[in-house]
Ligand binder design. Structure first.
Ligand code: SAM
Length: 313
């Protein structure tokens, strides 16, 4: 195996996702196939798994890892926002469960050579799907400072956005900012001293913001959440692992709306709108990894899992 990403909350994912081992399931973010392998282990009889990833390297790596599962698994290079199109191509109407493990994989961070990590001198690309046009170096070098600042604020919640953008603009007037380490060094130099010695590198939020913008991560998640109710069978389950509050807030809000769709004014004695719950949450609060898991896999520290079951047709 070329590279393995340690899957987060893997036992819990399988427990809440696979309610019928003979069902059809989707891993919408296959990565290097860690969750997929565990789901396949739990399937029996007619059980099947469809694995998606927008990154061709991820599809290649999981294909290799899951080869022993034969025709129980089907791998597709696709965006989970286009899940309805994938179902059409595969002639599937509804499935028993869908998993999303959002964000990027350790492979992308450490081995892809696409500038996801601030500790490497790699070209500032950050595309999960190299067929897309937008690259991070375009955002850093070419767009108006106001737009860049907005990206850092909206997608990185970066409080220091103004001075980071000022430093970027000064630098790009002299020479293009071409590598991840060049950008990280620039941010480090303008960060308040108190931030420089923290556990998190001061460029963390800027890198997160650029990656989210390049890959349109929040738009894809919104599109997916809009489509998923019509793609899950009755009793079908959605399990989502998020790694920052921008993602988790969307998942939580959507699951709440599915659970309590009633649009009657709050002072009505009882419901007259007739909207019934579409999903029920499988547990109330978001589930977090144990300290033991975090010690073994520090990437798990920011994970939060939510799961819901379809309860009405
Ligand atoms: C955290 S990793 C998944 C790791 C995987 N669960 C495992 O055990 O190896 C996230 C993966 O999702 C993929 N991804 C992110 N956004 C996507 C999207 N909109 N559609 C399809 N794949 C996506 C990334 O390319 C990456 O490989």
């Amino acid at each position: 195996m070329e590279y393995l990403h340690a899957p987060v909350l893997v036992k819990e994912v399988v427990k809440y996702l696979v309610h019928d081992p003979e069902g059809v399931y989707v891993d919408g973010t296959a990565g290097t196939g860690g969750h997929s392998a565990a789901i396949l282990d739990r399937l029996a009889g007619k059980g099947r798994l469809i694995c998606l990833d927008r990154d061709p390297d991820a599809v290649r790596l999981s294909k290799k890892r899951l080869a022993t599962s034969g025709d129980k698994v089907c791998l597709v290079k696709a965006n989970f926002a286009d899940l309805d199109g994938v179902f059409k191509d595969l002639n599937i109407r509804r499935v028993q469960g869908v998993l999303l493990d959002l964000g990027m994989s350790s492979y992308q961070l450490e081995k892809s050579g696409r500038g996801f990590s601030f500790s490497r001198g790699e070209p500032l690309d950050m595309r999960m799907n190299p067929d897309n046009d937008l690259v991070a170096s375009h955002l850093v070098n070419d767009i108006p400072p106001k737009d860049l600042e907005q990206i850092l604020r909206d997608y990185g919640e970066e409080r220091n956005a103004k001075s980071i953008v000022r430093a970027i603009v000064r630098e790009r007037a002299k020479r293009p900012i071409e590598t991840s380490s060049q950008l990280a060094g620039l941010i480090d130099a303008v960060s308040p001293k108190s931030r420089r010695y923290r556990a998190r590198h001061p460029a963390t939020r800027t890198f997160q913001a650029l990656r989210i913008a390049v890959n349109k991560e929040l738009q894809n998640l919104d599109t997916f959440l809009n489509k998923i109710p019509s793609l899950l069978a009755l009793n079908g389950r959605l399990v989502v692992l998020s790694y920052h509050s921008l993602e988790d807030r969307r998942v939580k809000r959507t699951m709440n709306e599915w659970e309590k769709p009633c649009s009657c004014p709050p002072d009505f004695p009882h419901c007259v709108c007739g909207k019934v719950p579409l999903f029920r949450p499988l547990f109330k609060k978001g589930l977090k990894p144990s300290q033991d898991e975090i010690d073994k896999n520090p990437r798990a520290r920011s994970a939060i899992m939510r799961a819901a079951e379809r309860v009405s047709p």
